[in-house]
Design a protein around this ligand. Structure first.
Ligand code: ATP
Ligand code: MG
Ligand code: MG
Length: 387
């Protein structure tokens, strides 16, 4: 039995482990938390720090190939692994995705081919950069270059005084200031790229964020205008190809008004791994994003995925476990009674507000039915309506 390794023990690692095991692989997860969601699902769990020499040695000894489930694995640890085992995506690609400054530079370079660039931005690395910020970037969003996720490490700033205060508050670390755009919509595209350069992609996903956290993903044919969808897929392919990327990559896009009927695409950020907006692929596609990550890592063929059902994915955040300051159990029986509902809970022990505890996917033969059921499910769980 071949063993596939994963750096990181969160829910993405857990779903990767499930997909790997279904294909007959063994898995080894390295995560410092002995109760991590992926660690508990995995055949082997190495509970050391990510850069612990012995932990890394153990992972390499166990595994034929290694991937990562979150982008903040220390680049040095991945490089150590890559010196002795196939690692996908490569540490160089992960390093770019880890750093918004390098990421935006990559997007800007790809924009010469794709015509889809990032939001106007400036790099803030030193006090003097604040004064050089052009007026048109305000109001803006100041984002730390590293370690941000789910809207953490971001501050909305309306003017120069707020910008200076925000940079101070973020600890004067390297940041990017982005122009705050009026978003008409948010999309994401997930591709899988093999070592031979073959690329397959999932349908374009429409995402709703609340407080900087993904709340709802909706996917069905016709949900995104064709020309926009084709441009988003082409841009994602170019972004992956120019990184010589191997594995599953997700690119997030904004749609902004530009006077045209469909609006214009702006590239936001990428995730060098399966993505929350692709969780619906487990239940609504013939091959999931996690299985494609397994296939890419193991050098197996990447069949083009086909979506067989309309899908609405609702994220289940820790807030649902609390009402008026008291712990409650969400009405699982109430949602499981609905046709086409699949519940995924990650086995996390503490439900903190804003923490991703699980998701549910509603599948149906058409969009109207999926929306109708998802609305009822949301109401039964206490998730605010979104349409
Ligand atoms: P993730 O968890 O997706 O990695 P993140 O913390 O890296 O999130 P972003 O994707 O940069 O954060 O931003 C989170 C959300 O904030 C976006 O999905 C979007 O709704 C909003 N947002 C970010 N940048 C901008 C912008 N320049 N203009 C308007 N809204 C923005
Ligand atoms: Mg991000
Ligand atoms: Mg994002």
């Amino acid at each position: 039995l071949a063993t596939l390794g994963v750096m990181g023990g969160g829910q993405l690692g857990r779903m990767f482990v499930h997909a790997a095991q279904a294909l007959g692989f063994q898995t080894a997860v390295l995560d410092p938390d002995p109760t991590s969601p992926a660690g508990r699902a995995s055949d082997v769990h190495i509970a050391t720090a990510y850069d612990d020499e012995q932990g890394l040695a153990q992972l390499m000894q166990r595994c034929e190939a290694i991937t990562t489930e979150f982008e903040n694995v220390p680049a040095g640890a991945l490089a150590t692994l890559a010196a002795q085992r196939p690692v996908a995506p490569a540490p160089t690609a992960v390093a770019i995705a880890q750093d918004r400054i390098a990421e935006k530079a990559h997007f800007a370079a790809c924009a010469r081919d794709t015509g889809v660039g990032p939001a106007p931005y400036a790099v803030i690395e030193a006090e003097a950069d604040l004064a050089r910020v052009p007026d048109r970037l305000l109001p803006g969003i100041l984002k730390t270059a590293r370690l941000g996720y789910d809207g953490k490490g971001q501050v909305r700033v309306d003017d120069r005084a707020a910008l200076a205060a925000a940079w101070e508050r973020l600890g004067r670390v390297p940041c990017v200031l982005e122009q705050r755009l009026a978003l008409r919509d948010e999309l994401s595209v997930i591709v899988a790229r093999g070592a031979d350069g073959a690329v397959v992609h999932f349908p374009v996903q429409r995402n709703l964020h609340r407080d900087g956290i993904l709340a709802v993903t909706e996917v069905w044919s016709g949900n995104v205008p064709d020309t926009l969808a084709q441009r988003a897929v082409a841009a994602t392919r170019a972004i992956a190809a120019q990184l010589h990327y191997v594995g599953v990559l997700c690119v997030e896009f904004f749609i902004v008004d530009d006077g045209s009927a469909d609006g214009a695409l702006v590239v936001n950020e990428m995730a060098p791994r399966p993505h929350n907006s692709g969780h619906y692929t487990i239940d609504a596609c013939d091959v999931s994003q996690f299985e494609l990550q397994v296939r890419a890592l193991a050098g197996l063929p990447l069949a083009a995925p086909r979506q067989h059902s309309a899908a609405v994915m609702l994220n289940l955040l820790g807030d649902l476990w609390w009402r008026d300051g008291q712990p409650v159990t969400p009405d699982w029986a109430g949602v499981l009674a609905l046709p086409g509902v699949r519940l995924h809970l990650y086995g996390k022990h503490t439900a903190r507000p804003g923490r991703k505890m699980g998701h549910l996917t509603v599948t149906a033969a058409d969009a109207q039915a999926a929306i109708a059921t998802a609305r009822v499910a949301a109401q039964r769980l206490g998730i605010a309506p979104w349409r």
